[in-house]
Design a binder for this molecule. Structure first.
Ligand SMILES: Cc1ncc(COP(=O)(O)O)c(C=O)c1O
Length: 413
C-alpha cells in the first residue's frame, strides 16, 4: 500500500511536467539514415533534414570512423570487459588519449565515458580533494559563469561546498569576474574559475583571452593560484580553422580543458587534457573513471579516427564548409528579416520566436515539412524569449538551408 502512495506521487509529478509542455521523454525515434539527396534521418519511411544535431562535421557517417569501429571490435571485442584499472585499459584507449593530448598541445589526456562524467570528476576532485587523508586541502573557492552547463553545476554540487566557497559571476561579464575574484583574495588557498567555451543555447563564446588576463592578474594573490577550467564540448571540432574551438578563436588557454567525442568528432565519450601531473591526480581521484567502464573499444577507435580526420586536410575543408554554410544561413535569414537572439558565428544559430506556443507550432510545422529543429523554452531561456535552436552542419547543402528558411519564413509570417 505504501508503495502505491509513492507510485501515485511519481505519476502526479510526471503529469505536472506534461502540463508544462516541457516533457522530454516523447522522443522522436530515427530508424536509419540516407545520403540522398543530402543527409537525412529516416522516420516511418520519410526523410528529415536534421537542423538539431551536434554532429557538426558529419563525421558520424564517415567511412573511416565506421571501419575503425568494426576493426576495433574484431581486435578487442564489443565491450571493455572491466574498468580501466582492472583489465579494461585497451591499447585503443591509450592511443586515443595520446592523440587527444597531441591535438590539444597538452602533456596528457584522460578518457571518460562522457563529458558529463568528466565534469563531475574534475570538479569534485579539484574542489573537494580526495578524502580526509588527501594531501589536497579543500579551502578552494569555485567561481562559475551564471549560464554554465548542467554537468558543471552538478560537479560543483557533488563537491558539497558551502555558499562561501561557491561564487557565480554574470554571464560572459569579465568585470563581474574581476570583482568576484577581488572579493575572494585572502580568504582561500586557491580559486577555480570554470566556464563553458561555447554556450549551447545561444552559440555564444567565452572570450578566454580576456578571461585569462583577469585570472592571471590574481594568480599571485592566492597561495595556490587561480585555475581556469573550460568545458569546450561545443567548440572543439566545431569551430576554429583547425577545430581547436574556443581556445583557437579567442586566444586564451585553459589549465584544464574538457571535451566530448560525441559531438563534432562524430563518436562518443568525454575527455580531459592538462599537464601530466593533473591527469595523474585525476586518475587517482575520479570516481566516474575508477568505478565506471570506459567507452567500448569500437567507440574509442571511432573517436581516434574522428580526431585524425579533424586534424587532416579533409577536416580543415569540412570546418571551412561549415563556416560557409553558417554565412549562407545568416545572410539568407537576414534577407528574410528572421530575427536572431544572439549574434553567433558558431554552428548554433538561435532564431528568436518569442511566444512559447508559436515556437511549438513552428517546430511542428517544420517537422511536417521534413525538417527537424529544437525549440528552447522557459526556464532555459527567459519567458517570452523562446527560440528555435538551429544547428548548421558541414553536410548541409545550400539548397537544404534555403528551403529550410523559406518554410520557416512562411510559418512565422
Ligand atoms: C557544454 C557541455 N558540456 C558537457 C556536455 C555533455 O557531453 P556528453 O554527451 O559527452 O556527456 C554537453 C552536452 O550536452 C555540453 O553541451
Amino acid at each position: 500500500m505504501s508503495k502505491n502512495t509513492f507510485i501515485k506521487l511519481l505519476s502526479d509529478e510526471v503529469s505536472r511536467i506534461d502540463k508544462t509542455q516541457t516533457s522530454k521523454r516523447h522522443e522522436r525515434v530515427i530508424d536509419g539514415f540516407t545520403n540522398h539527396p543530402s543527409p537525412r534521418a529516416i522516420m516511418k519511411g520519410r526523410g528529415y533534414i536534421l537542423f538539431n544535431s551536434n554532429d557538426y562535421l558529419g563525421l558520424r557517417h564517415h567511412p573511416r570512423l565506421k571501419q575503425a569501429e568494426h576493426d576495433a571490435s574484431e581486435r578487442f571485442g564489443a565491450g571493455p570487459g572491466a574498468v580501466r584499472f582492472i583489465s579494461g585499459s585497451l591499447k585503443v584507449h591509450q592511443d586515443l588519449e595520446r592523440a587527444l593530448a597531441r591535438f590539444h598541445g597538452r602533456e596528457a589526456a584522460m578518457l571518460f565515458s562522457s563529458a558529463f562524467a568528466a565534469n563531475l570528476a574534475v570538479l569534485f576532485s579539484f574542489l573537494k580533494g580526495q578524502s580526509k587523508d588527501s594531501l589536497v586541502a579543500d579551502n578552494t573557492v569555485v567561481v562559475s559563469d551564471a549560464l554554465n552547463h548542467r554537468s558543471i553545476i552538478d560537479g560543483i554540487r557533488l563537491a558539497n561546498l558551502d555558499a562561501e566557497h561557491k561564487r557565480i559571476f554574470n554571464h560572459l561579464d569579465m568585470k563581474a569576474l574581476d570583482a568576484v575574484l577581488a572579493s575572494c583574495v585572502g580568504k582561500y588557498e586557491r580559486a577555480v574559475v570554470v566556464t563553458d567555451g561555447v554556450f549551447s543555447m545561444l552559440g555564444e563564446m567565452q572570450n578566454l583571452h580576456a578571461m585569462r588576463s583577469v585570472i592571471d592578474a590574481y594568480d599571485d594573490s592566492f597561495p595556490h593560484g587561480v585555475w581556469l577550467i573550460v568545458d569546450d564540448c561545443h567548440g572543439v571540432a566545431a569551430c576554429g580553422a583547425t577545430g581547436r574551438g574556443t581556445e583557437e578563436l579567442t586566444g586564451g588557454r585553459a589549465d584544464i580543458l574538457i571535451g566530448t567525442l560525441g559531438k563534432g568528432f562524430g563518436a562518443d565519450g568525454g575527455y580531459v587534457v592538462a599537464d601530466a601531473v593533473i591527469i595523474d591526480y585525476l586518475r587517482e581521484s575520479s570516481a566516474t573513471y575508477i568505478y565506471s567502464n570506459p567507452v567500448s573499444p569500437a567507440t574509442a577507435a571511432a573517436g581516434l579516427a574522428g580526431v585524425q580526420v579533424v586534424d587532416s586536410d579533409q577536416g580543415q575543408a569540412l570546418l571551412a564548409q561549415s563556416q560557409s554554410n553558417i554565412a549562407c544561413f545568416k545572410e539568407e535569414a537576414a534577407s528574410r528579416s528572421i530575427p536572431f537572439v544572439a549574434d553567433s558565428n558558431h554552428p548554433i544559430q538561435p532564431v528568436l520566436i518569442g511566444d512559447p506556443q508559436i515556437a511549438r507550432t513552428v517546430t511542428q510545422g517544420l517537422f511536417e515539412a521534413g525538417i527537424m529543429v529544437t525549440s528552447i523554452n522557459y526556464p532555459v531561456v527567459p519567458r517570452g524569449k523562446d527560440e528555435i535552436r538551429v544547428q548548421i552542419s558541414a553536410t548541409h547543402t545550400h539548397e537544404d538551408i534555403t528551403s529550410f528558411l523559406s518554410i520557416l519564413t512562411r510559418l512565422i509570417a
